[in-house]
Design a protein around this ligand. Structure first.
Ligand code: NAD
Length: 352
């Protein structure tokens, strides 16, 4: 029979478990025999094997019941980056994470795994094979990233702190930094590309089309999270560390876009636009939106941040995860894209 300690170590709470990554993480943990609680501000699906807790990460009374008596908390809740709402990001990603840490210590949770982001080091200029030693961005590309940095610093800094209920026991923490997560049910990356292709807006390539970027299949990201949680032990090399998790197959951003378009039956983008020209236009639009903001709040769809993401190298080394977590991507890129495009079959050109 399982003793209390091993039962607790195989039970966990996924904060943000109703989101894209969170739900895959829940499924991965169930497959590995974990008892799973989900804590989220909304409930998006039902599963009899899971206990659901609906509440706000920023509210202690909501959170505590969901993390009582679990061995690991996975934190992958965040407002969507596209909302660009500074106050909301600050409240959820920063204050909410501090609340979660306080609750973990109060409830006696021994392990906390944060979903951070590789973008915490990205400033809009080329990063090639970036390692975890690259310093945090001094000028983060948006409010979302600004608060992902604050959040990660907070989580890693509390590693080794004692747990309130048992001062001999420590809270062990680790941060996973994925990049460009995609897969079936992906509500952002592939879906947005497919919508643009369907609407005839995928004609132009920004720059020479050769800039390399990481796209990471969601099940590989899940694998990295579970490995990290299971590798956390007092005094071990994983504690208080950040790990890039990628597919380890960076590819040109525009090749990925083209494969999504053609895979769904749409033409690939063909016409090149000079990177600096498009960036300049995006900057001008950005200043116009700042100037008219007191009168009217307009967000142009072309922003300097989007241009940079589409036209610079940003890919990262996952060597540290290979060395310390024995991480290897489980699903290679060609297979990952095939599964993903199959799942978006309702968006194929011929079914319009
Ligand atoms: P998602 O929007 O699908 O999921 C986030 C979940 O958090 C949602 O279910 C949402 O309801 C929940 N949430 C938001 N505010 C909350 C609150 N106040 N209290 C409780 N729950 C709340 O996003 P995702 O793409 O699955 O991202 C998951 C994590 O991965 C995030 O931390 C994100 O920063 C990180 N990440 C994502 C990507 C990517 O490409 N999608 C890349 C790097 C890092």
């Amino acid at each position: 029979m399982m003793d209390t300690r091993s039962r607790k170590s195989k039970s966990c709470t996924v904060v943000g478990g109703c989101g894209f990554l969170g739900r895959y993480l829940v499924e991965g943990l169930l497959d590995k025999g974990y008892r799973v609680n989900i804590f989220d501000i909304r409930k998006t699906f039902s599963d009899d094997r899971v206990s659901f807790f609906v509440g706000d990460l920023c509210t202690k009374e909501d959170l505590l019941p969901a993390i009582t008596d679990v061995g690991v908390v996975f934190h992958c809740a965040s407002p969507p980056p596209a909302s660009n709402d500074r106050a909301l990001f600050h409240r959820v990603n920063y204050s909410g994470t501090k609340n979660l840490i306080a609750c973990c210590r109060e409830a006696g949770v021994p392990k906390l795994v944060l979903t951070s982001s590789a973008s915490v080091v990205y400033e809009g200029t080329d990063i090639e094979n970036g390692t975890e030693t690259v310093p945090y961005a001094r000028k983060p590309i948006d409010y979302y990233t600004e608060t992902k940095i604050l959040q990660e610093k907070e989580v890693l800094a509390v590693n080794g702190m004692s747990i309130t209920s048992d001062s001999a026991q420590q809270l062990l923490t680790v941060a996973i930094r994925p990049h460009g997560i995609f897969g079936p049910r992906d509500p952002q990356l592939v879906k947005k590309m497919a919508e643009m292709a369907r609407d005839g807006k995928m004609k132009f390539i920004i720059g020479n089309g050769k800039n390399l970027v990481d796209f990471t299949y969601v099940e590989n990201v899940v694998h990295g999270h579970i490995l990290a949680a299971e590798a956390l032990r007092v005094g071990g090399p994983v504690c208080g560390q950040a790990f890039n998790i990628t597919n380890d197959e960076p590819m040109p951003f525009w090749t990925f876009v083209s494969q999504v378009c053609t895979g769904l039956g749409y033409p690939a983008p063909r016409y090149h636009l000079p990177y600096l020209l498009v960036y300049f236009i995006a900057l001008v639009l950005h200043f116009i939106s700042l100037l008219i903001r007191p009168v009217k709040n307009i967000e142009f769809s072309l922003s300097p941040m989007k241009v940079a993401l589409a036209g610079t190298h940003h890919y990262y080394s996952c060597q540290k995860a290979k060395d310390e977590l024995s991480y290897r991507p489980l699903v290679p890129m060609d297979n990952a894209l095939e599964k993903t495009l199959e799942s978006f079959s309702e968006m194929r050109a011929e079914t319009k």
